[in-house]
Design a binder for this molecule. Structure first.
Ligand SMILES: NC(=O)C1=CN([C@@H]2O[C@H](COP(=O)(O)OP(=O)(O)OC[C@H]3O[C@@H](n4cnc5c(N)ncnc54)[C@H](O)[C@@H]3O)[C@@H](O)[C@H]2O)C=CC1
Ligand SMILES: O=C(O)C(=O)COP(=O)(O)O
Length: 390
């Protein structure tokens, strides 16, 4: 029986893929085999030895201590793309909210207290306070052209905007997805100088933290409208507040409100709703559950954040060793000689590495004794050994 701990509410359609009798699912476990999480912050959480994998039902993994997971042989998955349409739709909506003061206008209308026959006249008198501009013909800068950025770029073109994009690490698949009509910025500065609207879709990493600061704001067109549905920490908050106050930034729609931002001039705070649609929650939960199930039952890894892709076909009756190790010389030799000493034959094997982490799967014939597992576990550089029976 595999124990799966859910740290956030996870859509039932995903959890239903983990059959009762084989999986036990609860929000609290002392020794879970796997965790499914959304935005719960896991940095302070201790990880028991039983924990083999974490599936993030979503894209951003900055809430997960990836380095500690790799050191402990815990595989982390995410589901980039599964919630991209939901975020894209809210970004498009936010671009309109930043252009037309619908938020202020609705609040003002709801505050009107007058006899019913006077409301239409009051509305006509007051509406001039909420007028705005159109997005057609304006230039949208999209930073990060992955799952979300590419969708936003495509739909902004369809709405008649000029779109300029920047992503120095764009994958080949990502490049195929991208419309030819998106202008490719030669550098971030070029994009920042030409954009009337800016939307950011990059992960929060040490290299992207507070990347948007006073120096960058000074490059932008005065009054630029910014949408941040990526992560709040991408912006240096005090610089942002100054730029909003001075009007250098005209509007800032953020999915990551903070105490200081909520009431600041030009801010439209959204309570982290980017991925909160029924469709996206189900997609993410289904994808996360599938990845976790596949890994626990076969040892196969696909689309992990901290591990290489590594898979062998799974068959009934197979005896498989799944071994996580440090990516250092001689481990494969040590493993194969330990197996040979016990008369274990290797039918098939695969070894892959990603940075400091390496992973191997060995389909074997022969008796795998607890003492052999212990000997493997004691080998220097080996972080985790698991026997999987097909
Ligand atoms: N508000 C919400 O509810 C949601 C927020 N997000 C956030 O949006 C981010 C992006 O999500 P996806 O598009 O699904 O991820 P993705 O992995 O498909 O795309 C990210 C893109 O950013 C690019 N990139 C990385 N560093 C960059 C840099 N310094 N400059 C320019 N481009 C850079 C990568 O090459 C990649 O193409 C996530 O990491 C997450 O933080 C994602 C989903 C929901
Ligand atoms: O997928 C992401 O990166 C998100 O920010 C979505 O977060 P959530 O799953 O809605 O808590």
């Amino acid at each position: 029986m595999y124990k799966i701990q859910t740290l956030n509410k996870i859509a039932e359609k995903g959890l239903d893929l983990l059959p009762h009798g084989q999986y036990e699912i609860a929000s609290e476990f002392n020794e879970p085999d796997g965790i499914i999480v959304r935005s719960f912050k896991m940095h302070e959480m201790p990880f028991p030895i039983s924990l083999k994998a974490i599936a993030r039902a979503g894209a951003g993994v900055n809430n997960i201590p990836l380095e500690r997971c790799s050191e402990k042989g815990i595989v982390v998955f995410n589901t980039p793309g599964a919630n991209a349409n939901a975020v894209k739709e809210l970004v498009l909506c936010s671009m309109l909210l930043a252009s037309r003061d619908v938020v202020g206008g609705v609040a003002w209308t709801k505050s009107l207290e007058a006899p019913a026959d006077q409301i239409p006249a009051l509305v006509e008198q007051g509406k001039a306070n909420f007028a705005g501009c159109e997005i057609k013909g304006k230039t949208l800068g999209v930073v990060g052209l992955g799952a979300i950025g590419a969708l936003v770029a495509k739909d902004a073109l369809a709405l008649g905007m000029n779109v300029i994009g920047y992503d120095p690490y764009l994958s080949v698949d990502g490049a195929w997805e991208l419309s030819n009509d998106v202008q490719k910025a030669s550098g971030l500065e070029t994009l920042l100088k030409s954009a009337d609207y800016l939307t950011i879709h990059v992960p929060l990493l040490p290299s992207t933290k507070e990347m948007y600061n006073a120096e960058k704001f000074a490059m932008m067109k005065p009054g630029i409208k910014i949408m941040n549905f990526a992560r709040g920490e991408l912006f240096k908050e005090d610089d942002l507040l100054d730029a909003l106050e001075s009007g250098q930034i005209g509007a800032y729609v953020t999915d990551f409100p903070t105490t200081k931002l909520i009431h600041a001039k030009g801010v439209i705070p959204v309570p982290h709703l980017g991925a909160s649609t029924e469709e996206s929650e189900e997609n993410c939960a289904i994808w996360a559950s599938r990845q976790l199930k596949n890994f626990l039952e076969s040892g196969n890894i696909e689309n992990s954040v901290n591990f290489p892709t590594c898979k062998l076909p799974m068959r009934k009756g197979i005896k498989r060793l799944s071994i996580v190790n440090k990516n250092i010389p001689n481990i494969i030799g040590t493993v194969t000689s330990l197996l040979a000493k016990e008369g274990i034959n290797i039918d098939e094997m695969i070894n892959q590495s990603k940075g400091d982490v390496a992973y191997m799967l060995l389909d074997v014939q022969g008796e795998i004794s607890p003492s052999l597992i212990q000997a493997l576990e004691k080998t220097e550089g080996i972080r985790r050994v698991r026997l999987i029976l097909g």
